[in-house]
Structure formats: structure tokens, C-alpha cells
Design a protein around this ligand. Structure first.
Ligand code: DMJ
Length: 854
């Protein structure tokens, strides 16, 4: 996690869904990058890394992982590490102590994956529990019916290598069986395969077919299995599929998904970034021309957005804007350079490296792009970045003597792990399947050379590659002209003010509001105190402002989700402990992202005092009144952090911010956490909690009635403690009456006191509690919506980015100047039974909240 500078441990971070299936608590990145170290000539570091793997990695974890990802990244990583470890050992300098330990670990992992193949088809289940396998209740997996074609068809290199290294033939057998089944199930008239298949029946679940997501490495492994294992049947299958791909899917320079039954029919109008590996595979096949064409088209898309977006349309507009630093394009660039020797591909590589350094490099690594249009980051650096991207980019520029072994003696797995080609002649105990009877001889004379090089392919024309690229020079720009980014960059250069960044935005700053307006962003104040931001690009003052507005909105959304993901704090409790409440009244409070963390420290107990000024936005004029007490402050007019600092300086031991929106309550409005001010808030040491107006007025009314009111700020309501009753003496004439009334309703109140079992604790974040913030306008609620009503825009102003957005997002922010100051102070004193009715409502809300959490 390169932004927060931490490792991502499964279960310790909010789940990202399927992406997390690659994480098995087995030090994924360490294993996946082992052989990269040797390629980069970091032999000493490799030796250390191998020791770390052997010392620390445990494969027996109760975690459900993806069979595919575990195979390509972990099994492949261990085998690649082993391959280079034995190479180094043989050289006689490094790894002299090595005794096949990585291989033993790989074998252990191989056996852990085998239960996944326990299906009648032989296609593996998509997921397995590393400790409990599959289908046992403890395994929590094994009920899936479908898998992707690449998931079932990308095992043979690693499994065959494992078999051949160890002599245990079972792995290669299982991987071959899965491949045989897929081949049987190909759509017989088109010779294409679908994206997902039922692992029990073999029916195609998704009948669309392309060379990108879901299928990609199935084709790659057929060709590479032929190279590694020398088995003709794999080449025959590959050639049959390749012929179908070139017939139906390849529409140079595009590669477009089609239906397997109606292959002349396009299945979609966009392409995904994973298909960028295909030109590299075409090089291996020897089909250079379409490889050059597709690669060139992809490069132009990259030049437009600095990175390849996860998906882009046939007219090269962004379809999915994120980019997790995928290596496929670098991989194809490497292969094309090796095939053509054209220095153009070195230039391409240089651009890739420059963009990575310029836009993705962060202090703790390289961060994935959340949106290539805005350059916003995601706290994510996938293991393939080191396993593949680094390797391919290094190899692109490396001379033969830069690498301490001969890379030509190895084949790259799909994760760019290195397996030695000598495996083809070792432990060949698996009988080769003879598919020749099923194989229709193809017109394949163009592909006599499967390992092309410039001398053989274009002996008389060193400019061959350029002559293919030339007609495509403007293919992307013609469909989607670039412009706006350059215009923006140029306007910076000419000294224009940089645009407003979401993190700096303050809704109380008139200058910021003016900028917002210019950018076509309007600010709508909602009743519950939140504000909604809406962008209409067409209302912006200029196309550049519209572009800035788009960036601003994207940043705001990112900021919001980052806060929600990273800082989801559970709600807290304010418990009134003084007489006559004795802890029976528990108010639901919003936490703060700064100050004392009540979940880690003992609760804070103290008498309350109102600060002066009540908004706490300047130095307090009544420090003697709040000294040693919990200060009450009204929301609004400045940042929460500023209020906290002011009351802390006056000697307060805690603070309660009370909402200034009359009638607001946690029953009706989502509770939120108070954000900092975007700066370092480590200086704030006291706990701060937020109460909506209704809850806040219970305390304010209690002060009116009893003067001395003591509260407990905590992460969880404490049991009503007899101590609380003993500690406090009646202090008002109304005591006997109120005590009676409290007793009469104590049954309901008691429910709360007893009803907080440990596991219902406020540790998990109920959805209704997640959003928000008030004074820090840079926080956004998750309720943002984005739509792309292209038709709203008459101008071509945003065409340069190929995006037009009409963004809507809701933001919880500081409200404008206070129009209702001190409303709760001006209220008539509420009779105690009405307070009790309120408490009951509060209690119900609290119970409801706990139920939701459970
Ligand atoms: C890698 O893990 C492998 O290359 C896989 O085959 C698909 N792509 C990812 C990286 O994008």
C-alpha cells in the first residue's frame, strides 16, 4: 500500500472483493518478485529474499484464495526463484547453501491446490482454502459453479515445471486434463472459447470471446506449453484458435470481442487493458504485422492518458478509468523490440518509465492510478508491478552482458516468471496426446518462424516496422483528438494559477466558492447540514475550467472514499453519569479522526462547560470555566480541529461539538466522523465527539436543570455502574420527582445497559454511520453519483480527454455562516418526561444501530 506505506494484509483492510483473492497471507509480493531480483542483478538481495521466504512464509493459512492467482504468482514465483537459485548455485558464487527449499515449498503449495481439481470435468474450482481445501464447511468455498477460461487454462507451465522438477507427475496430469477439457468444449464452428465456463457441465456461461480479460493467458499457455514441453498438440490447438482470433476478433488495429456462436457479431464496443499482452504473443507466434499495428494503437491511447485505462472504447474514449500499473503493454514492447530491433520501441519504453516516475511514483513505491484522466492514486501496488513491469522494462534496455545468465534459455510465464527450457527434456513421463486426427491443417505458411528476429524476417528492410506504423500514425487522435491536457499544461507554463485541489477546498472560503462557480460546480446546502456538489461542465467559464472542475470532482470522490476506507471509525458514546442520570442516558456520538482515540484509551470523564465563544473558533474567553472540564462547542464557522485546539489551549480535557442544525438527530441523519483540517493534527491530544442537535440539547437541558452535569466519553457505553449513583448526590429540588419518573421507565432504559454484547461492539462500521464530516469540507459522503450525459455538451472542449462528466456528489461540509446561533440555548426548558421520551427514542436508535451492526 504505497500511499499509507503498509503491507496489505487480508482481513486487516476493507475488502476489495475478488481482487483480494490473490492475497493468501503468504507474502505475495516477496515471492512474486524473487526472480526479478536476479534479472536486475541484485543477487545478494535475492539471496536475502529467499532466506526470508523460507523463514517467514506460511502456506497453511485459513484463507480462501484464487487458484489462478496463487498458481501464477506464488507457485510461479517459487518456481522462478528455484530456477534461478539453482542457476546461481551452479555458477559457484551465490546460493551455495541452497538445497531445493523453494521447490519443496512449491510442491507443498501444489498439493494444496490439487483438491480444486476434484470436479468431473477436471476444470479446477476457482477458489480454495489454503488450510481446509474445498467443500468442507470450514473451507468456506467449493460451491462455485463457474470459472473463467484463463483461470482453468493457465496452469500448465507451472504445474508441468513442478512435475518435471520433482518427478511428481500428478501436477502436469491435472493441468493437461483441464486444458483437454477446454479444447473439447471450444465452439466447434468458430473454434473460439467463451469467457466463463461451468466447471461441472462444461457449458459456456459467458459466450463472448476476445483475447483480453478472462481468456488471455489460456491462449498464451497453449503456445508457451508447446515451447516449454515440445508437445505438438499444444501448438496445433494454439494455431486453430489463432486462426479464429485473426478471422473474427482481430480488426486491425483493434481486437474486439465477438460471440462464439455468431463470431461476426461484436459483443461489445470497448477493449480492455489486458489484451495489451497479445502483440507480445503474436511476436512469439511470428505474426509481426498485426502485433505492430495493435501495439501502435495502444501506444497512442497511452500517450493520450499517460497510462492505458482499464478499458477504452473503439473510438478510444475512456471506458474504465483506472490503471493498476499493469505490465502487459511493457511486455509487448519488449517482445516487439526483440523481434524488430527498432529503436522506436526503446522510445516507447522510455515514455513508460517517465510516466511511471512522473505520475505513479510515491514515497513508498508506485501507486496505481485510480483515474488516468485526473492522475488520482489508489493505495495499491500489485505484486505484478515488481514481478513483470520492472522485469520487462529492465530487459528492454538491458544488453546481453547486463544479465548474469542467458535469458534465452528461459520462457516467461504469464507472470513473467522464468522457467528453464531444459525442462522439456526432463522427466517426460506424461504421454503426449496425439491430436493430429482432430487437427485441420491450416494455411500457416506465414508462421514457419516461431521465434522471429530481424535478420530472418526482414533481411532487406530495417524500416519494416515503421512502414507498418506509418498509416496508423493518427488513428487515435482522429477519433478522439487530444488537446485539453496540453492546453492546461501550457497555461501553467504561462504562469496561470494552478487549479483548486479538493483537499484544499473550504466551503467557507468565498474565493473557493468563486472558483467552484467558474468550474461549473454548484453547491447545494441540504437540510441535514450536508452540501451537495454538482458539476455541469457546460456551465463552466471555459473548457479549461470545465476540465479543472472534472478533476476537482474526481479528487473529491477519491478523498471521500479514501477517508471512508481508511478511517472508518465506529460511533462513540456520550453517557451522562451524574445525578439523576447515573449512566442510563447514552447518546450516540460521532468520532473524530484526530485527538485521543477512545477505543485505545480509557474513557474520559468530566463535568461539562460551555465554551465562549460558543463556536470555539477563537481563543476562549472563559478558560477558567472549561479548565479540567469537557467543553461544549457549537458546530460551524471553522474547522473541527481548530475548535479542538482552542478548547485544549483553555485546559479542557475533552470536547463535544453540538450540531447547529436545529432538530438534527442521529435517528434521522447519518452519523459521521469529524475530519481533521488536512494538516498534522498530532498536537490535539484530547478526545472530541460530535452530537446532533437533538442529543446535544439533552445535555444542554440537563445543565439548565441540574447545573452540574458529568459525562463519560467512551467507545462504548459502560454498564450502569452503582458507583455512578454513589458518587453523585442529589443537587436539585426536582430530584425526587425526576428520580421517580426515571425509575418508572427504567425497564426500557435497562435494555440498553445490558444489551451491548462484546461482539456487537462498535467496531464494525454500519453503513448508515459511515459518511460524513462537517467542518472539513474536503470530506465527501459516499452518496456521490456520476453520470455522463454527453449530450449536454455542445462544445468539443472536453474531447481532448474524451470524457465529459456531469458529476454529482454529496459532500458533508461546513455550512455557511451560522444563521441560527445558539438555537438550543434559547429553547424553553423541556419537561423531564419529554426528555425521557427523547431518551427512549435515542435508546431505540442505539439499539437499532447495534442490531444493524450485528
Ligand atoms: C498478471 O498477473 C498476469 O499477467 C495475468 O496473466 C494477467 N495480468 C496480470 C497483470 O495485469
Amino acid at each position: 500500500m504505497p500511499l499509507t506505506c503498509r503491507g496489505r494484509v487480508r482481513g486487516q483492510e476493507p475488502s476489495r472483493g475478488d481482487v483480494d483473492d490473490a492475497l493468501g497471507k503468504f507474502s505475495l509480493t516477496l515471492i512474486d518478485s524473487l526472480d526479478t531480483l536476479v534479472v536486475l542483478n541484485k543477487t545478494k538481495e535475492f539471496e536475502d529474499a529467499v532466506r526470508k521466504v523460507l523463514r517467514d512464509v506460511n502456506l497453511d493459512n485459513d484463507v480462501v484464495v484464487s487458484v489462478f492467482e496463487t498458481n501464477i504468482r506464488v507457485l510461479g514465483g517459487l518456481l522462478g526463484g528455484h530456477s534461478l537459485a539453482i542457476m546461481l548455485k551452479e555458477k559457484g558464487e551465490y546460493m551455495q547453501w541452497y538445497n531445493d527449499e523453494l521447490l519443496q515449498m512449491a510442491k507443498q503449495l501444489g498439493y494444496k491446490l490439487l483438491p480444486a481439481f476434484n470436479t468431473t470435468s477436471g476444470l479446477p474450482y476457482p477458489r480454495i482454502n489454503l488450510k481446509f481445501g474445498i467443500r468442507k464447511p470450514e473451507a468456506r468455498t467449493g460451491t462455485e459453479t463457474d470459472t473463467c477460461t484463463a483461470c482453468a487454462g493457465t496452469l500448465i507451465l507451472e504445474f508441468a515445471a513442478l512435475s518435471r522438477f520433482t518427478g511428481a507427475t500428478i501436477f502436469e496430469e491435472y493441468a493437461r486434463k483441464a486444458l483437454d477439457f477446454l479444447w473439447e468444449k471450444r465452439q466447434r464452428s468458430s473454434n473460439l472459447v467463451g469467457v466463463t465456463i461451468n466447471i461441472h457441465t462444461g457449458d459456456w456461461v459467458r459466450k463472448d470471446s476476445g483475447v483480453g480479460a478472462g481468456i488471455d493467458s489460456y491462449y498464451e499457455y497453449l503456445l508457451k506449453a508447446y515451447v516449454l514441453l515440445g508437445d505438438d498438440s499444444f501448438l496445433e490447438r494454439f494455431n486453430t484458435h489463432y486462426d479464429a482470433i485473426m478471422r473474427y476478433i482481430s480488426q486491425p488495429p483493434l481486437l474486439l470481442d465477438v460471440h462464439i456462436h455468431k463470431p461476426m457479431l461484436n459483443a461489445r464496443t470497448w477493449m480492455d487493458a489486458l489484451l495489451a499482452f497479445f502483440p507480445g504473443l503474436q511476436v512469439l507466434k511470428g505474426d509481426i504485422r498485426p502485433a505492430i499495428e495493435t501495439h501502435e494503437m495502444l501506444y497512442q491511447v497511452i500517450k493520450k492518458h499517460n497510462f492505458l485505462p482499464e478499458a477504452f472504447t473503439t473510438d478510444f474514449r475512456v471506458h474504465w478509468a483506472q490503471h493498476p500499473l499493469r505490465p502487459e503493454f511493457a511486455e509487448s514492447t519488449y517482445f516487439l523490440y526483440k523481434a524488430t530491433g527498432d529503436p522506436y520501441y526503446l522510445e516507447v519504453g522510455k515514455t513508460l518509465i517517465e510516466n511511471l516516475n512522473k505520475y505513479a511514483r510515491v514515497p513508498c513505491g508506485f501507486a496505481a492510478m485510480k483515474d488516468v484522466r485526473t492522475g488520482s492514486h489508489e493505495d495499491r501496488m500489485d505484486s505484478f508491478f515488481l514481478a513483470e513491469m520492472f522485469k520487462y522494462l529492465y530487459l528492454l534496455f538491458a544488453d546481453k552482458e547486463d544479465i548474469i545468465f542467458d535469458i534465452e534459455d528461459y520462457i516467461f510465464t504469464t507472470e513473467a516468471h522464468l522457467l528453464p527450457l531444459w525442462l522439456s527434456t526432463t522427466n517426460q513421463s506424461i504421454s503426449k496426446k496425439n491430436t493430429t486426427s482432430e487437427y485441420t491443417e491450416l494455411d500457416d505458411s506465414n508462421f514457419d518462424w516461431t521465434c522471429p528476429n530481424t535478420q530472418i524476417l526482414f533481411p532487406n528492410d530495417p524500416l519494416y516496422a515503421q512502414s507498418i506504423r506509418e498509416p496508423l500514425k493518427n488513428v487515435v487522435d482522429k477519433s478522439c483528438p487530444r488537446g485539453i491536457i496540453r492546453v492546461r499544461e501550457e497555461s501553467f507554463r504561462s504562469g496561470a494559477k494552478p487549479p483548486l485541489r479538493a483537499r484544499d477546498f473550504m466551503a467557507t472560503n468565498p474565493e473557493h466558492l468563486e472558483i467552484l462557480k467558474k468550474m461549473g460546480v454548484s453547491l447545494i446546502h441540504l437540510k441535514d447540514g450536508r452540501v451537495q456538489l454538482v458539476q455541469h461542465a457546460i456551465q463552466a467559464a471555459s473548457s479549461i475550467d470545465a476540465e479543472d472542475g472534472l478533476r476537482f470532482m474526481q479528487e473529491m470522490i477519491e478523498l471521500s472514499s479514501q477517508q471512508q476506507k481508511e478511517q472508518q471509525l465506529p460511533p462513540r458514546a456520550v453517557q451522562i453519569v451524574s445525578h439523576p442520570f447515573f449512566g442510563r442516558v447514552v447518546l450516540t456520538a460521532g468520532p473524530a479522526q484526530f485527538g485521543l482515540d477512545l477505543s485505545k484509551h480509557k474513557e474520559t470523564r468530566g463535568f461539562v462547560a460551555s465554551s465562549k465563544p460558543y463556536n470555539g473558533c477563537s481563543e476562549l474567553t472563559n478558560p477558567e470555566a472549561v479548565m479540567g472540564k469537557i467543553a461544549l462547542i457549537q458546530r460551524g464557522q471553522c474547522m473541527f480541529a481548530e475548535k479542538a485546539r482552542n478548547i485544549q489551549n483553555a485546559g479542557a480535557i475533552g470536547g463535544i461539538v453540538i450540531d447547529d442544525n436545529e432538530g438534527s438527530s442521529s435517528d434521522t441523519a447519518p452519523l459521521f466522523q469529524m475530519a481533521g483540517d488536512g494538516k498534522d493534527t498530532d498536537d490535539i491530544k484530547i478526545p472530541m465527539l460530535f452530537l446532533f442537535s437533538k442529543e446535544g440539547s439533552i445535555i444542554l437541558d440537563a445543565i439548565r436543570e441540574y447545573e452540574e452535569v458529568e459525562v463519560l466519553l467512551s467507545d462504548k457505553a459502560k454498564d450502569r455502574d452503582p458507583e455512578m449513583e454513589n458518587e453523585e448526590q442529589p443537587s436539585s429540588e426536582n430530584d425526587s420527582q425526576s428520580a421517580e419518573q426515571i425509575t418508572s421507565s427504567s425497564q426500557e432504559v435497562d435494555l440498553v445497559d445490558q444489551g451491548s454484547p462484546e461482539e456487537s461492539s462498535l467496531n464494525s462500521q454500519p453503513e448508515s454511520l459511515s459518511p460524513a464530516d462537517t467542518d472539513n469540507a474536503a470530506s465527501v459522503s459516499p452518496s456521490e453519483q456520476i453520470s455522463n450525459p454527453m449530450e449536454n455538451h455542445e462544445t468539443t472542449s472536453l474531447d481532448g480527454e474524451c470524457t465529459d462528466l456531469d458529476n454529482q456528489l454529496q459532500e458533508q461540509s461546513e455550512t455557511e455562516e451560522d444563521s441560527n446561533p445558539n438555537v438550543s440555548w434559547g429553547k424553553k426548558v423541556q419537561p423531564i418526561d419529554s426528555i425521557l421520551a427523547d431518551w427512549n427514542e435515542d435508546i431505540e436508535a442505539f439499539e437499532m444501530m447495534e442490531k444493524d451492526e450485528l
